[in-house]
Design a protein. Structure first.
Length: 205
């Protein structure tokens, strides 16, 4: 299957959204991923294939992948970020079982580090758009405040979902007036966030 590239948009320090046209009839569940094969000249030893979680929700019109681009990057990333509108990439999928539990009454604890936030973005947007009622605690760790992605969605979730709680933690460069947590996610931080540990389903990305 081929996906046609639309555009890219920088959303945080090193993070970008890459939008593709959704093929007619293409169906997936929030949290699933695609295998992307991108042939390009002189590939490095990491090859021409990567796997990306779809950060878009099935309720949205386009397919969106969110990834990071650092100053030193692979030949694959060079080719991916060199795509022009209308260019196509070869993909397989959707794949993966990192999915929402069918029982919506199960309290969820999502723990994300950096770009690991992508499946939770997909799932939370799906929950909001379908007006589901779920109990969700998201613990989201980043190096700096400038690395945080999808602030608008977290705000929307806080307004629309009665049982959504975001705990954001920074590891470095803590800004003055920061009201979130600091340091790496550990047992103490999780217990403080969720209280009683039992009776919940935990997802780590």
């Amino acid at each position: 299957m081929k996906l046609k590239f639309i555009h890219k948009q920088k959303i945080a320090n090193d993070s970008w959204d890459l939008a593709f046209e959704k093929p007619e009839g293409f169906a997936y569940e929030p949290g699933q991923y695609l295998e992307i094969n991108l042939d390009h000249p002189n590939p490095d030893d990491r090859g021409t294939t990567r796997w990306f979680t779809m950060s878009s929700s099935p309720t949205e019109g386009d397919l969106m992948l969110t990834t990071r681009l650092f100053e030193r990057h692979s030949s694959f990333k060079q080719a991916l970020f060199g795509l022009k509108a209308g260019d196509s990439v070869e993909v397989k999928g959707p794949m993966g079982k990192f999915l929402l539990p069918q029982d919506s009454s199960v309290p969820l604890v999502w723990i994300a580090g950096g770009i690991g936030i992508t499946p939770f973005r997909s799932q939370l947007k799906f929950i909001i758009d379908n007006e589901e009622s779920r109990d969700i605690t998201l613990i989201y760790s980043n190096r700096t405040k400038g690395d945080i992605c999808f602030d608008e969605l977290w705000q929307q979730a806080s307004e629309k979902l009665a049982k959504f709680k975001l705990i954001s933690t920074l590891v470095d460069e803590i800004p003055q007036g920061w009201h979130g947590e600091t340091g790496m996610v550990d047992e103490a931080m999780i217990k403080k966030a969720v209280g009683q540990l039992g009776g919940k389903q935990y997802f780590i990305s």
